[in-house]
Design a protein around this ligand. Sequence first.
Ligand SMILES: [Zn+2]
Length: 387
Amino acid sequence: MNELTKKVFDKIDELSGKYLNVLVDACNIESKTENKEGVDKVGAYFSSIAENMGYVIKKREFEKAGNVYSFTYNPTGKKKQISLSGHMDTVHKKGIFGYPPTKIEGDYVYGPGVNDCKGNIAVELLVMEALKACDYDERPVKLILQSDEEVNSYLSDHKTLEFMVEEAKGSAAFLNAENIDSNRCLTIGRKGITAYKITINGKKIHAGLCTNGSSAIKEAAHKIIEFEKGNDNDSITFNCGIISGGEATNIVCDMCELFVEYRFKNMQQKKTADEKFKKIVETSYVEGTNSKAEQISTRLPMEPDDKNKNLVHIINDICKQVGIRPFGMAETPGGADSAYPSLAGIPTVDSIGIEGSGCHTLNEKARISSIAEMAKVVAAVIINFPE
Ligand SMILES: [Zn+2]
């Protein structure tokens, strides 16, 4: 391990307590995606840290989504930029974790966003401060913060993602910090997701004369079976997660709503899934019904391609040099923003963040000692990256 890496590792150990406090403070500001006020407070909090550190701050404001930021350390560095990223919004309703929302027990911290994803932002800010404290000056290091990740960026109409890709342009690597789990795998592939609301109209009639009506519920039942037929966890999956409609058992239902999502591993599968969806929506399995679909959101896939695999090999080579246990590679069915820098051609890995579990549940937790462990991985990659 070279002198600088060693010095930065010592600094990370020294500063990790400070950044546990940053994690706790940020998670105590509740920020469900639609709560713009909350997300903006988180952004202002991180931004105040960046300002104190003298990073170059860029901010883009949005009407419905939270404002997004980039913080750059050492913008004039000669080597290629490395981009870090995380999102400030959570899925959790305000108050469901009690007050204060964030709690520490032993080596674990519990609360909304401790691993998805504010805890990771704390890790990245720790890396940046440690590099600065050791006068690292070889490349720009940019932290990009997102605000509507948990809703596939529909609140900003994907404008937050455009900001992310624009800020990351030309990077040698994009390290997206969703949490890592105890299996210690970096994520190189994630599914894309498209969600729709489908409204089915039929013909209402007395249940005793049902063959003269057109049941919207019966049509929905046919559609759901058609959608979910052929589901394959390794490629395309359809799920109808919400259904509503009908008034009484003695009335043939004339209106029914379905909420359906589908997931796909690559753009080819997306095309197949789009076509299957369209065909099923346009087909009337029950005569006299008609259906229309309205897209709620869509997110493209992070394809597990060679540039992402190669980035994991580079990270593992660096880990070996500095005495850190290497990582495995994984693909997951969950979507994330990392798809977009990856599709823009930047070598990207995800899950290079705090170790935790229980995302999207009241059991969301993160291991405190992993703050320094993972900060060392990110710092070692920035310092020793070959390009
Ligand atoms: Zn999440």
